[in-house]
Ligand binder design. Structure first.
Ligand code: ATP
Ligand code: MG
Length: 246
């Protein structure tokens, strides 16, 4: 049997002396779109940071295609295969276009290809008109689009999206939702998405994992997990999901 694209085994993490991940194990297959759900503070962001190897864990390992990501070189090689969109867009000084080019610049890409990728990503996320604006002058919804464009410009094999649609107005949310769904499927990108949105889980994701106080308490296909929710949070989520389906 082939190894899963991504596997976490027994991840434990402390932040500020508090156990925020407790022995979390999960697998993500190639082309999966996995939703992480759970109440505020349950550990969704922490788990994504651990999976992306952007924050050290106290215990446990992350495996990619069966290989443990240990040591600096393996970590760097792994990070080249993924992109992350943070819950709070982290934009640097400089223009929108410069920000979208950030990751590509680190790859010493030929100028023309870089420009094409930046233009394509700006177009894709409807921000071509903002390309010369200072990134710090943007509204939070605009900033979110810039951080999505920056991530997709990398053409990553795996993407980690931390509540990608918060702070977006409804028409834009709708448009980006469709855009993202198309992109993930057409490009075959494997994704982990932390979300509080039922529709994203039901329409975008083929797997869901429920976090509760730093533990992963259930994972599976959304219909199964929501048919037998493991805690109060996922039960409320399931009730809300039902109202979408009726
Ligand atoms: N820098 C930090 N120092 C100490 N504790 C932290 C730090 N960052 C996060 N935590 C704690 O870690 C726990 C998990 O936080 P995390 O951000 O992973 O939750 P989350 O599920 O993403 O929540 P939300 O839905 O609000 O985004 C919380 O109890 C939080 O208070
Ligand atoms: Mg979070």
């Amino acid at each position: 049997m082939t190894s899963p694209l991504l596997e976490a085994r027994g991840l434990s993490m402390q932040r500020g002396g508090v156990d925020v991940l407790k022995n979390v194990s999960l697998t993500v297959q190639e082309n999966d779109v996995l939703a992480l759900i759970g109440s505020n503070g349950s550990g969704k962001t922490s788990l994504m940071l651990a999976l992306a190897r952007l924050m050290p864990v106290n215990k446990g390992d992350v495996f990619v295609s069966g290989e443990a990501i240990n040591g600096k070189n393996a970590g760097l090689a792994y990070r080249r295969r993924l992109a992350m969109v943070f819950q709070e867009p982290l934009l640097l000084n400089g223009s929108v276009a410069t920000n979208v080019a950030t990751g590509l610049n680190l790859r010493s890409m030929p100028r023309q290809e870089l420009q094409e990728r930046v233009d394509e990503a700006l177009e894709l996320f409807g921000i071509a008109g903002l390309s010369r604006r200072s990134a710090h002058s943007l509204s939070s919804g605009e900033a979110r689009r810039v951080s999505l464009a920056r991530a997709f410009a990398m053409r990553p094999e795996m993407i980690f999206l931390d509540e990608p649609f918060t702070a977006l107005d409804l028409p834009l949310r709708e448009a980006l939702f469709q855009q993202l769904s198309k992109l993930l499927h057409s490009k075959g990108i494997t994704a982990v998405i932390a979300t509080h949105d039922c529709r994203e889980v039901l329409q975008l994701c083929n797997r869901v994992a429920v976090m509760n106080k730093g533990r992963l308490i259930r994972s599976g296909i959304p219909d199964d997990v929501l048919a037998d929710p493991p805690d109060d949070f996922s039960a409320a989520f399931a009730r809300h999901a039902k109202s979408y389906n009726t």
